[in-house]
Design a protein around this ligand. Sequence first.
Ligand SMILES: [Zn+2]
Ligand SMILES: [Zn+2]
Length: 992
Amino acid sequence: MAGGGGASPSCAAVAGWTVTAVLLQVVGLSMFLYGFFPVKPTLPGFSGAESYRMPSCGLAGGGEQPALPPDQLRSLYRELSEVPPVYDRLVLMVIDGLPAEFVLGRVGKPPSKEMVESMPYTQSLLAGCKATGYHAKAAPPTVTMPRLKAMVSGAIGGFLDVAFNFNTQAFLDDNLLDQLHMIGYKLVMLGDETWIKLFPKLFWRQDGVSSFYVKDTVEVDFNVSRHLESEFAAKDWNMLILHYLGLDHVGHIGGRQSVLMPQKLKEMDDVIRRVHNAVSGLEDNLDRTLLVVVSDHGMTEGGNHGGSSYEETDSLALFIGHSVQSSYCSPYDQNEALQVDLAPTLSLLFGTPIPKNNIGVVLPEVFNSLTDQQKLRTLELNSLQFLRLLQAQLPAFCFEDCINSKYGLGIDKIPQSVEKKLCHLLSKAFDSHHPSHLHQTSNVKSIEAGCNRTAVNAYYEFLRYASEWLSHRATNKPFYLLVSAISLMIVSCLSLMGIVSCLLKGKSLSQFEHHSEWNSDYHWHLDEVFIIMGIFLYVSSLGSSSFVEEEQYTWHYLTSTLYLIFLIKTTQSMLRESNSAVARAEGKIFHGNDCSYFTSCKLIPSMRDGYKLCTIIIILVSGRILRAWHQGGVNWVHFPDISKSLAQADSFVVKALQIISVLAVVVLYSVSLLLLRPRKLNILLVWLSHFFCGILVVLHIWQSQINTSLPTKHSTTSIAQIFYVIASISLTFTFVASPWIFPIHSMEAEPTSSGSSPKTAIHLQGINHSMFLIGITYAAFWCLLQLLLQQPINAIPLLLIFLQIISSIMHFSLDKSLHKKWVQIVAMQLLGLSGHFGLGNTNNLASIDVAGAFIGISSYSTVLSGILMFMITYGSPLLLYLGMVFYISVINSDDISTPHQSKWSCILDKMITLPCLLPLLINSIALTSYTIVLLLMRNHLFVWSVFSPKYLYVCAATVCTCAGVFIIAVTAVYTCTVFSFRMRNYKDKSYN
Ligand SMILES: [Zn+2]
Ligand SMILES: [Zn+2]
């Protein structure tokens, strides 16, 4: 960023300090991210034969075994485990996004009648006790890739897995699929290609479908089902993975209540019926097949997922096979399990070692066909695997020492420390499992039966406690690293504050010198006090999880109150002016100088006052509508609001609103262009391209279907692509050409009353004209892009935000002395932030609009859809930064026309220093204080569900601020450079 100081600090110093401060902030932020979200320590390698023995103390990892051929390995495992494999074939059917509630009901109640009727076959299996279903609680973040990893490895990944979800890479930890592969099983995968990315070389046969075209709900599933016949005829596989994405896509488009949902459930039920019938056909004496139907996560009422609400984490695990059948069952009991429990259960059912990092516990109801001793052995194997993991996490923990000292501990007292408690529970379990250690001779059946029950309970007590401890264990955070990262950020924040206060002081002093007659009151005004207070209020609200969840109320309150204060100030100044006729006459003379675009010089004061009031009222009314558009952030989503009632309405109404918004944006842009005095052909060209882009957006709206099952049409994709091309060409053209088309001197120039030399005034007018054109073009094209990408429901809110920004700039340009410049910039930034929430964004990852990120992309690209997703989420703040370019051009006209400031660097400084520094400062305050809050809350219950997602948003907002400031700075620097170059040429020519 470039800047320069006319008054107190020198240009280079300001620029240097700002860049240093921003760099410090980036370094601090990266250090904090590295320290706070560590990759969880995992045991390397794969479980082998050693996992069937008691681990020895001190050695965490087992020694390397010689690699055996698959057949020998399989019989070795069978021999060591003492539990015969229950099944030979596994069909793992993943229904993406299916909430367990749809199949199993909620809190012990059966699912709704509609749901039961949608899945008749599955419900008949449950009612006939041929299937066992679990509410398998998924850990946040509830997005597909981390959940698949959890299912096959039994381990919960780090929080940052969500960031890598769009860039999946091969999974290297110990897991069920690799274990099955090692004992010679052949695996076939049909469906979501995430599996192929996780296991690139594992599958015998595969047919992946991309999960990224969210609008497609039919093709994705058809591509899986079409292989079913041939797979069941071939019979050459041992594990068949079917991953159906359609239901998740139905949710993303229409939510849980979508009209497509019952139809989709029927389709899934039909697949279950087909698979089950085919599997029963396969079964002979030696060939036994297990069908497991699972979902990776649930979905919210609106069909999104990512967070940790009950609706999102309530995933399904349904086992259908001979070992789960029983004579009695109650299928709608709230059968609770964890998603990770799937890994050890399947491992033991198929005779492979449990994956090393597993924290899941075997599910008892699935082993009904085993004898009691075999069941106990499964629990023992699970415990042995936990013991290895515990020894890796707690180096001092040793079970042998435990046994030796247990009589000293006293077996009935529950010890306090974790190690001792684990020791106590485990030795209790082993003792009741192997009573022969104590009573060598007693071998009576009746004693054994009683012992079995106590042993099972003791094992589960240990397993559940250890599992919970392992999953909740706060990972060791490098505290010094975090503290030094935060101190870097504080230093950066303080230096930004220092620069801004230095500049404000310098500015007010110079103003004091020049205009002592009207700026002599150096008090704090109400609006300035309110802003400082508001920032304090915001920072203190960050400490409360409820305020973080419902942050939109804070911003709506701050924005509307600030503009209400502006309204009061405007009315007061109007009253003051009308009271004294003399003041009005003076005002007329004084205002005679500043001709801005909205106010031609001929405006009479009463009309000017009328405009001033109107603009503020427009902002306040739009703000109120915006607030009512999306109610409730995370917890109060069910609140009635305009967006929900529109979603119920006819899709034609929504389309009409979208088209009205497009037309309004085009009209607003045309009117602003008409205000530009020298009307050149180039401007007409830009207007034409904008008009054409508007037509493209209308076409796109017309063609895209809401809530239908039709796959994305190719015509809409190409319309969006044409839009991208035309918009980027015309934006580049405007940016490059506009500093060249406006004259550096003109015949209209007259010496003005404030005494500035004509030449200076003229080239400043040229700069302002060119900044005006660039700024309004940026903003108008950005609005069209957002209308193309955002959800249809957000069209009107977008228009309202655009209207608010334009009205706000108009208001500030009508009376430049009423509010201080820094107050104006902060007010604009508040508009951008409340608009961010007005577009339905929350601090929950689930509200990110995934569907829009694929508009106009014909082949899958992580980078492109990532950028689009960022643009959709930060549409409002970025619109504000683009509007800031426009604001600079309107506000500057009188500010820089004093003769002694004809140096280019000083003009540049006046133009962009405050508009760049203030957003950076405010963002830095928010970032730094929230980082401190996160460090303090690191052991809070909500740290992963509320505070960490918000931190990702804060980081993204930092990126957004830097990008916005960069655009402002580059535009201004380029425009000034071109003008200074042209000016020098002009002077050289006139001297020669
Ligand atoms: Zn998913
Ligand atoms: Zn999804």
